[in-house]
Design a protein around this ligand. Sequence first.
Ligand code: LLP
Length: 430
Amino acid sequence: MIATNLKIKDGVLEFAGFSTPALARKYGTPLYLMDEQRIRDNCRMYQKAMTEFFGEKALTLYASKALCFKRMYEIVSDEGLGIDVVSSGEVHTAAKAGFPMEKAFFHGNNKTDEDIAFAMDRGVGYFVVDNVEELYAIEHIAERKGVTQKCLLRVTPGIDPHTYDAVATGKVDSKFGVPIETGQAEEFYNYAAALPHLEIVGLHCHVGSMVFDEDVYERTAQIMLEFMAKLHDKYGFVTQFLDLGGGYGVRYRESEGVVDIAYRISALADFMKELAAQLNIPFPAVLLEPGRSIVADAGLTMYTVGSVKRIKGYKNYVSVDGGMTDNPRYALYRSQYTVFAPERMEAPPTLHCDVVGRCCESDDIIQPDVWLPELRRGDLLAVCTTGAYNYAMASHYNRIPNAPIVMLSSKGASVAVKRETLDQMIKNDA
Ligand code: LLP
């Protein structure tokens, strides 16, 4: 099986020890299922590797954008991680969940004045400043509030992480951060260092998502450490925090590789310690910001089949009761997924089809070219590895309400996000 939390028992797909058809019957479809223990195990794997190889000051920040709702923040807080937040919505959700906001890092390339003030009022610990205009906006708001705001500066190291364009963010021409190569990052530091209400405590970069290449983080770290050495030697600046972003890839299909993240962290730590010693700079507290690799394999989506259309001599379509509204990733990135018929896991896969959603759009495809057993209206389908960037990117296209999230743990199944109702859909219509 593609992940260890998936099993087959009596021909039925089990997820996190629960019968998936039984959950679909109880909660209805479309339905997101989340395996709480898997989220916790992923958090622990990161935090253990980070402190073991980088030392006690190292911290893992969960990148909220991958999946954000109150229960997620309770779990992440329990596990001792910090968080990356990018909007007032994420700040609000975390604060309402009782997350210790001093461990929150506020990212984003266009924080509005309202966002900045809101985050300061909620006690967000660190701002990751994206650009010069934002730097001055944060300074003015901190001055008005009479506070000193801790900040990291986001710079672009000029690394191509060899992933899809939509998620490659570390290149010089990226919309995020200030480039090192052009000399602008050094200017950025100088502007920041002169501001009395900001305390510049570190540097941040993020090169991309779904990163599999072996040496991407080493190459990134090299550029960052050399930049740190320059600021150290020229201006005496000590980088306390070096945040290298998120991005480790996960496996969506059996045929794909698995990144041994703990091993990669140990190799990265060895490389960085040696280079920092050569450059003669103090070793910083290293931060990583995984999103996908914390939640992707902890999620699974259940659907009910509505029709099986066989176009003679052409192709077959299996339509389900969800689609690009709950999972836009195939439409956006041609992302791969593994699809099962969870009630008949041992039946021969004789139906070659595209699994498509219910939206009025031809590209509303969950996954093309899938082999499944013969299906008919009322049968269930399960799509694996949907924990990251599915619910988080859900839309209301065609006025389809958002699906609920049911959290599975040793204590049982419980609703963490309720199914949206039709009345909730129109509540803001004047
Ligand atoms: N830190 C920053 C600054 C980021 O921009 C991101 C992701 C992360 C951390 C977490 O990266 P991860 O570990 O999840 O790869 N919607 C796309 C993914 C967009 C990623 C955006 N930034 C998708 O569905 O593939």
